[in-house]
Design a protein around this ligand. Structure first.
Ligand SMILES: Nc1ncnc2c1ncn2[C@@H]1O[C@H](COP(=O)(O)OP(=O)(O)OP(=O)(O)O)[C@@H](O)[C@H]1O
Length: 362
């Protein structure tokens, strides 16, 4: 991994318990929103933090721009340990970090250009430099024609483009995106994610995305941390983590992104409709490719019909499973099953007459 630009070391953030409603009641215990996180985010990567609501994702990124301070442990950003720093010392660190939000947080009384110019005004840029920079940023995010519009006249996707232009205004090294696409429809989400990818590739900015949507991680993240109850429960290359999920929470995210695994009810219908043997085979770089699967069937003289499944991409690499009906004489089907098991992971569902319930390995 290249040089880390953000390092968490045993980082803990505890919030005091909210007092009970009555004095007589004991107050609620403290909440450990971040519970001992050790994590390095490399300069130049798109790093995803995924977890369900309340997992601690927002608190974790708020430690990066010092909107929250650690209760214990440390956070180092671009070589500066934030622990115990004064507001004055934190200012230059914050200046190197841009942030975008789910609700965009635009100033309603300012035009698009005025919103993007705002951080430049705060940083003391001259009028001429500001105008040039705003024009450059609006062109980069693809809304140059909206410079004079007010936020109320923009779609959600356009508002987030303004948010991104504003976050990039003062040339940060890091962009934090907190649920930046959660308020957008799928098509607009894809456009905004593609823009974040350009921010990363063309400007070399490290992007940290916080999300509860597997789709976001699947489409743009190089590496990912899966969070649950304040802890990082899985961490690594996005493809590795999602092609071999170890934790139940990670498996739930994988299942949500790709409805490729037939449910028990679907399996009953498939077995009813197709007399052959029903099997589900994994198709990815770690297990086997669909070409290998088809080759095994051809070698054994077994006919394979795809009856269910889906293949998508995680981190731009193939990933998914196919459910096949295998038809042929018993010995050939047995040989084909053994051959498939040699090239990928296989779940045998049997036939309508002899159904098999094997645990899925995912
Ligand atoms: N200022 C605060 N005071 C008290 N508790 C807090 C505070 N901020 C967060 N928490 C608690 O910390 C835990 C983690 O919250 P956090 O917002 O970081 O989670 P999250 O994964 O970002 O979820 P969400 O997407 O719902 O915001 C939750 O139990 C939350 O109630």
């Amino acid at each position: 991994m290249s040089q880390p630009i953000i390092s968490f070391r045993d980082a803990v953030k505890e919030f005091p318990g909210r007092g009970g409603r009555r004095r007589a009641r004991r107050s609620a215990p403290a909440v450990r929103a971040v519970d001992g996180v050790t994590l390095d985010i490399a300069a130049g990567e798109i790093f995803g933090v995924i977890g369900y609501s309340g997992a601690g994702k927002s608190t974790l990124v708020r430690l990066v721009n010092a909107l929250e301070t650690t209760t214990a442990g440390s956070v180092v950003v671009d070589g500066t340990d934030l622990t115990g720093l004064s507001e004055a010392r934190l200012r230059p660190v914050r200046a190197g970090i841009g942030m975008i939000f789910q609700q965009f947080n635009l100033l309603r009384s300012r035009t698009v250009a005025g919103n993007v110019a705002y951080p430049l005004e705060v940083a003391g840029w001259s009028r001429t430099d500001r105008d040039a920079r705003v024009a450059e940023l609006l062109a980069f995010v693809g809304i140059a024609d909206k410079a004079a519009a007010y936020p109320s006249a923009l779609s959600g996707g356009q508002k987030q483009r303004v948010g991104i232009a504003r976050a990039l205004a003062t040339n940060p090294k890091i962009l934090l995106a907190d649920e930046a696409t959660s308020a957008l429809d799928p098509e607009t989400t894809a456009d905004v994610l593609a823009l974040l990818q350009r921010v990363n590739r063309e400007l070399g900015i490290t992007v940290v995305v916080i999300t509860h949507e597997m789709e976001v991680v699947r489409s743009i993240c190089h590496r990912v941390a899966v969070m649950e109850r304040g802890r990082v429960v899985e961490l690594g290359d996005a493809y590795r983590v999602f092609s071999a999920p170890q934790q139940p929470v990670t498996r739930r995210f994988v299942a949500s992104a790709l409805r490729d695994q037939p449910s028990p009810a679907v399996l009953d219908r498939l077995r009813g409709r197709h007399p052959g043997r029903i099997v589900t085979v994994r198709v990815d770089e770690v297990s086997g490719s669909s070409a290998q699967v088809m080759e095994v069937l051809a070698d054994r003289g077994v006919h394979g019909t795809i009856v269910y499944g889906g293949i998508t991409e995680v981190a731009e690499r193939p990933y998914g499973s196919l459910t096949l009906e295998l038809s042929g004489d018993d010995a050939a089907v047995h040989a084909a099953l053994a051959g498939l098991r040699a090239v990928t992971s296989v779940v045998d569902h049997g036939t309508a007459a002899l159904p098999v319930t094997e645990g899925s390995d995912r």
